[in-house]
Ligand binder design. Structure first.
Ligand code: F6P
Length: 540
C-alpha cells in the first residue's frame, strides 16, 4: 500500500482543507486558549529537552491524525528494526547502529568492539591532552587538525565548536575538508609541525578530498623537517578500512576503527569523534553519548503522542506534504551552535533527499525539504524579512539555550527575548487594520507595507544549558526525526547513491583538465568549453 492510499493520509488531506485557513492568532486569543492552553497541550519533554510545538498550525485533531499516519506507515516497526540491528540499509546490505555507539546495556549489539575502541580513544586522547604524546622534537601537541569531509568533518566540527567552553586551553582544533587547497593552506599558515597532530578521518579511506589533503599534509610535515620515521607521532587515522590507512603510511597502532554499520553522517559518536574527545576530554565525550542515549530511550519507549522525534518528524511532514513547504530553517539562538545547520543539511538532505521507495518504485510525493540556517540574532538582520513578509511559508526550528555558557549574562536576556519575540511576531503578524493605525491617517498605501501575514509556523526547542548531554540529545533528536520521516516516505535514509555520479564524472573531467591533450568531443559543449578555459588558466 502506498503512502497516499493510507486512510490517515486522506483523513489528513480533508483535515488540511478544514483548518488551513484558520489563524494561529485566533487559536491563541485568550478567550479561545483556555486551560489547558495550547502551550500546555503542545509542549513536551524528553531526553532532557523541552519542545514547544504550540506555534505550529496544528490542533489536537491534527496531532492525532499525524500520529495515526505514523502508525499506519509503520514508523515503530522501522524504529525497532534499526535498534535491533536489522539490515535497514538494504541497498548496501548494512545495519544502521549508531545507537549501539551510545548504548549502556551489555547486551546491546557490538558492545565489545565499541567499548574497546572507546577505551583506546580515551587512552590516546588523555596522552595528547596531558602532553605525554609529543611530536618529533619532543614538544607537546598544541594543534589538532582533523582532515575529513561530510560525516567525517561536519559532526566533529559542529560539536567541537559547540563545546568550546569545555575545551582544553592547551589545544586548538582545526578542520580541513575542502579539496580547495586554500582550506589546508590557511590552516598550515597558523600551525607549527613540531606541535601538530593530524587525524585523517575517512570511513572508506578513498575519498578524493580527504586523501588529497592527507597527502599534502604529509608532504608538508616532511618539508618542515619531520623525519619519515617520526611521522607516526603526527598522524593517526580513523576508518572502517584499516588496511588502506596502513597502506597510506599510518602506524597500525595509530589506527582507530569504525564499522560499516555506522553511517558517515551518523558517525560522530564513534572514533570519528576523536577530535571531540581530544578537545573536551573523554568524560565530556561520554556525556555526549549519555545525552544521545537518553534521547534514544525516549524515542524507543515514549508513547507516539508524546514522542519528540515522532512529533517533529510528523509535523515536518504536515508542512512538506500537505502545505507544500519547500524548506526548513534551523535558527539556533546560540553562536556555539553555529555549525548545526550545516551538519543538519547533510543529516537530513543526504538521508532523505531520495525518490526511490524501498521496493524500487518511485515516490509521487515530495521527500526531504531544503534545510538551511544561521544563528540568531544575526539572521534577523538579514533574511528574516522574507520570513515575516515574503509570500512563502518556511517552518522554523528555533533553538534556545536558557543559561549561557559564558559570563556575559546581560547579553543573554536580550538573546532569549529576541528568539521568543520572533516566534511571537511570526505567529501574530499584523493585520491591515492594525498596520493602518501604525501608518497614521491618510497613509493607506504605507499600511500594506507595514502589515505582516502572520500564521507562520515555528517550533521552539529549549535546552537548559549547552552541556555535552543536552547537545547529544539534540543531535539524536534530529537523527531520529530523519528516520521517522524516511519511514513515512518509505525510503532508505542510510545510503547516498546520489553523490556517486558526480564523483565518477569528476575523475574523468580532472583527467581531461590535467592530461597532455584533451578530447573535447567526450563532453557536451558546455563542459568542454569549461574544461578548455581551465586548461588555459592552469597552462596545460
Ligand atoms: O560523498 C558522500 C560521502 O560518502 C558522505 O556520505 C560521507 O560522509 C563523506 O562522503 C565522507 O566519506 P568518507 O568518510 O568515506 O571519507
Amino acid at each position: 500500500m502506498t503512502l497516499n492510499s493510507l486512510p490517515a493520509w486522506s483523513a489528513l488531506q480533508s483535515h488540511y482543507d478544514e483548518i488551513s485557513g484558520e489563524r494561529l492568532r485566533d487559536w491563541f486569543a485568550p478567550q479561545n486558549d483556555t486551560a489547558p492552553t495550547r502551550a500546555e497541550r503542545f509542549t513536551f519533554d524528553g531526553g532532557g529537552l523541552a519542545i514547544d510545538f504550540s506555534k505550529n498550525r496544528i490542533t489536537d485533531a491534527t496531532l492525532k491524525l499525524l500520529v495515526e499516519l505514523a502508525r499506519q506507515a509503520k514508523v515503530t516497526e522501522r524504529r525497532d528494526a534499526m535498534f535491533a540491528g536489522d539490515i535497514v540499509n538494504m541497498t548496501e546490505h548494512r545495519a544502521a547502529l549508531h545507537t549501539a555507539l551510545r548504548a549502556t546495556a551489555d547486551d546491546a549489539p557490538f558492545q565489545q568492539q565499541v567499548r574497546a575502541e572507546k577505551a583506546k580513544m580515551a587512552a590516546f586522547a588523555d596522552k595528547v591532552r596531558d602532553g605525554a604524546w609529543t611530536g618529533y622534537t619532543g614538544k607537546r601537541i598544541r594543534h589538532v587538525v582533523n582532515i575529513g569531509i561530510g560525516g567525517s568533518d561536519l559532526g566533529p566540527k559542529m560539536v567541537v565548536h559547540a563545546l568550546h567552553h569545555l575545551a582544553s586551553p592547551e589545544l586548538q582544533t582545526h578542520f580541513v575538508s575542502n579539496v580547495d587547497g586554500a582550506d589546508l593552506y590557511n590552516v598550515l599558515q597558523t600551525i607549527d609541525a613540531e606541535e601538530t597532530l593530524a587525524i585523517i578521518v575517512s570511513k572508506t579511506f578513498t575519498t578524493l578530498e580527504t586523501m588529497t589533503n592527507a597527502r599534502s599534509m604529509r608532504d608538508w610535515f616532511t618539508r618542515q623537517g619531520c623525519p619519515e620515521d617520526a611521522l607516526s607521532k603526527h598522524f593517526v587515522g580513523v576508518s572502517a578500512n584499516p588496511e588502506e590507512v596502513v597502506k597510506f603510511g599510518i602506524a597500525k597502532e595509530n589506527v582507530f576503527e569504525m564499522w560499516d554499520w555506522v553511517g558517515g553522517r551518523y558517525s560522530l559518536w564513534s572514533a570519528v569523534g576523536l577530535s571531540i574527545m581530544i578537545a573536551v576530554g573523554p568524560k565530556n565525550f561520554e556525556g555526549l553519548l549519555e545525552g544521545a542515549h537518553r534521547m534514544d530511550e525516549h524515542f524507543r519507549t515514549a508513547p507516539l503522542e508524546k514522542n519528540l522525534p515522532v512529533l517533529m518528524g510528523m509535523i515536518g511532514i504536515w508542512y512538506r506534504n500537505f502545505f507544500g513547504s519547500q524548506s526548513d530553517l534551523v535558527a539556533p539562538y546560540s553562536e556555539a551552535l553555529h555549525y548545526l545547520s550545516a551538519y543538519l543539511q547533510q543529516l537530513e538532505m543526504e538521508s532523505n533527499g531520495k525518490s526511490a521507495r524501498l521496493d524500487g518504485t518511485m515516490v509521487d510525493y515530495p521527500t526531504a525539504a531544503v534545510i538551511w540556517g544561521e544563528p540568531g540574532t544575526n539572521g534577523q538582520h538579514a533574511f528574516f524579512q522574507m520570513l515575516h513578509q515574503g509570500p512563502t511559508i518556511i517552518p522554523i526550528d528555533f533553538i534556545a539555550v536558557l543559561t549561557p555558557e559564558h559570563p556575559l549574562v546581560d547579553h543573554h536576556a536580550k538573546l532569549l527575548a529576541n528568539c521568543f519575540a520572533q516566534s511571537e511576531a511570526l505567529m501574530l503578524g499584523r493585520t491591515l487594520e492594525e498596520a493602518k493605525k501604525v501608518a497614521g491617517p491618510g497613509k493607506e498605501a504605507l499600511a500594506t507595507h507595514l502589515s505582516f501575514p502572520g500564521n507562520r509556523p515555528t517550533t521552539t526547542i529549549l535546552l537548559d544549558a549547552l552541556t555535552p548531554q543536552t547537545l547529544g540529545a539534540l543531535i539524536a533528536l534530529y537523527e531520529h526525526k530523519v528516520l521517522v520521516q524516511a519511514s513515512v516516505w518509505d525510503i532508505n535514509p542510510f545510503d547516498q547513491w546520489g553523490v556517486e555520479l558526480g564523483k565518477i564524472l569528476g575523475k574523468v573531467v580532472e583527467a581531461d583538465i590535467t592530461a597532455a591533450s584533451a578530447d573535447p568531443a567526450k563532453h557536451d559543449s558546455s563542459t568542454s568549453t569549461l574544461i578548455a578555459r581551465a586548461r588555459k588558466a592552469l597552462k596545460r
